[in-house]
Design a binder for this molecule. Sequence first.
Ligand code: ACO
Length: 319
Amino acid sequence: MSFSILSTGRALPRTVLTNEQLCRFVDTTDEWIRSRTGIAQRYVCMEESLTDLAAQAARNAMQRAGVEASDLDLILCATISSDYITPSLACTVQEALGASCPAFDISAACPGFLFALDVADGYFARGKAKRILVVAAEAMSRLMDWRDRSTCVLFGDGAGAVILGPGDGLRSLLLQTQGRAEVLYVPATRGNLPGRATGAKSYAVMDGQEVFKFAVTAMCRGLRHAIREAGVAEEEISWVLPHQANLRIIEFAMSKMKIPPERFLINIDRLANTSAACIPILLDESREQGKLKKGDLLAMCAFGAGLTSASAVIRWDAD
Ligand code: ACO
């Protein structure tokens, strides 16, 4: 027994930061950002905590599924930008929701949502859960050096959530890790032990071109592999939910796959890269727009720091 998605939810910060606004304090242009990435604006947490966003996305999903906090058997949060190093985001979300089930975080960068689904799959397989809340939430704006134009223009904040129940909606799910920290990392805080060299700031450092090369390969290979494992043809995929890191990476995948380009879902123009939250936010937006029909096959693929990548095919079983 595995799972089906029963419902979805999302939450975004109140503050929008457009490319034009960004240009007032970063040495960049709207034209450069749009043409190189497809991004026009992003949302950033100014007043909200990440717990606020994650809990709101969770409440939206729970309400749609008719699930109370006391019905939850497990809360999994996928994030790399939690409010605290400890406790986990899952703990603070549990408190905000008034739930009492076990709760813990998954740290797998951008594919974190898919890594969390794999953990959830194990809980259902062992018969340990009937209702699992998975929330992917990121405040990437906190990890940026806003003087570094090569990274800060790319990311945004947001949260997406799903409620899972027992079912056979999951058709395939593949995870991959290539330990290569130097390509993309955020240094940890070091403490203040006298004599120990410090000075490292907790800002994201990225070799954009290396990540780009990894991403284009990982996206096509991951999608093809998951579709093959699911035992279906590429043409049978109803929607592709690709990680929203760069429109050019998505367009490359469109040009290589046998799936019509209009089936690739895109929101990078409005939200930028919300890391682990990209796919569940896309899922909730598509549901709200009435795009998803019961029985649709959804192919998902993400890649990120680690380097990690993951892909899945899931049948949409909700009404
Ligand atoms: N505005 C203006 N100019 C810029 C900016 C900017 N924001 N950023 C870089 N440039 C300049 C560079 O300085 C360089 O100038 P130079 O030629 O005078 O040295 C020029 O633009 C070209 O820079 P490149 O790095 O070659 O630009 P590229 O076309 O490769 O685009 C980008 C950079 C957008 C980062 C691209 O490599 C990319 O998308 N990489 C993948 C990033 C990614 O996927 N990250 C997230 C994955 S992991 C996760 O989601 C957590």
